[in-house]
Design a binder for this molecule. Structure first.
Ligand code: NAP
Length: 256
């Protein structure tokens, strides 16, 4: 999908994809609304997944959205196989304290391996319970959880070359602070949610000084109807070959 070289030989390319309201929110403050993009945005999400070997999400996102983290259907399966990828993405859930729910809907969808990343400080009873469900549990060598080591493990042990990250803001923030994000795909949607506590694309701890903030290059903007699709890249480079936009439709983002 992309001609950009990996920034480090020992970890995969990392892309983040998020839909954001015009006031910078990724869900309402009650978190009851988290799906607000158009069908075009939904297709964009699956196109990005199609260009990745693995998908990485924080525990709360997967619980709250009930996502299965699928590949988008038969056409995308065929594309993945044509491109030499596994038919479905390897699914990785980050849950430092192993609080990820054993009742999450994700566990009902067994079309590809589900891996869990935990910190060495995670309570052993929780980890043991999740081990009975997950295909693999990777324990970070240090606490707090070392995301770079996790990505390196994905590359070395599972041959993962490209990772798509789909939030939430807590996980994104840790990845930004560790400078592990190569591309940010942002869909700006024509809604205002408001709410001081409504999540944003990067919550968590954040930075205190401009010098510590990650800067990105805006390499593409594309308006389709009322949405703007933005691509930021950490280092300038060749554009990824995304498929042409599909016709617009009513404003909903499909359950993923
Ligand atoms: N609009 C969009 O495109 C979009 C996309 C995704 C999500 N969202 C929304 O975002 C919200 C969820 O975001 P969130 O920030 O609350 O949750 P999140 O990042 O999805 O998950 C947070 C949890 O993931 C684990 N985690 C994340 N980073 C970690 C790290 N560096 N080390 C160890 N564990 C880590 C922790 O699990 P433990 O508690 O087990 O330690 C943490 O409590 C939801 O409302 C969702 O709907 C919107």
């Amino acid at each position: 999908m992309s001609a950009i070289p990996p920034p480090a030989p020992d970890r995969p390319i990392v892309r983040v994809n998020m839909a954001m309201t015009a006031d910078g929110k990724i869900a309402t403050s009650t978190r009851s609304v988290h799906t607000f993009g158009s069908p075009r945005d939904g297709r964009h999400l699956y196109q990005l997944r199609a260009g990745a070997d693995a998908i990485l999400c924080g525990a709360r996102t997967v619980e709250e959205t009930g996502a299965s983290l699928g590949n988008g259907g038969d056409a995308f399966t065929r594309k993945r196989v044509r491109d030499g990828r596994a038919s479905h993405l390897l699914r990785v859930i980050v849950s430092g304290s192993a609080s990820f729910s054993p009742r999450a809907a994700l566990w009902n969808h067994r079309f590809s391996p589900i891996h869990l990343w935990v910190a060495p400080t995670a309570p052993t009873n929780r980890v043991a319970r999740l081990r009975t469900l997950a295909d693999d549990v990777w324990t970070s060598p240090v606490a707090p959880l070392d995301l770079r080591a996790g990505l390196e493990h994905l590359a070395a042990a599972h041959g993962i070359r490209t990772v798509i990250v789909e939030g939430g803001g807590g996980l994104n923030d840790a990845l930004f602070r560790a400078d592990l994000i190569d591309e940010v795909h942002l869909t700006l949607c024509p809604w205002i949610f408001g709410g001081r506590t409504a999540p944003t694309i990067s919550d968590g701890i954040g930075v205190q000084h401009l010098a510590d903030a990650r800067s990105f290059h805006l390499v593409r903007t594309r308006r389709i109807d009322e949405e703007i699709f933005l691509l930021y890249r950490r280092t300038p480079g060749e554009l990824p070959a995304l498929t042409p936009p599909s016709p617009p439709g009513p404003r909903r983002r499909p359950a993923a």
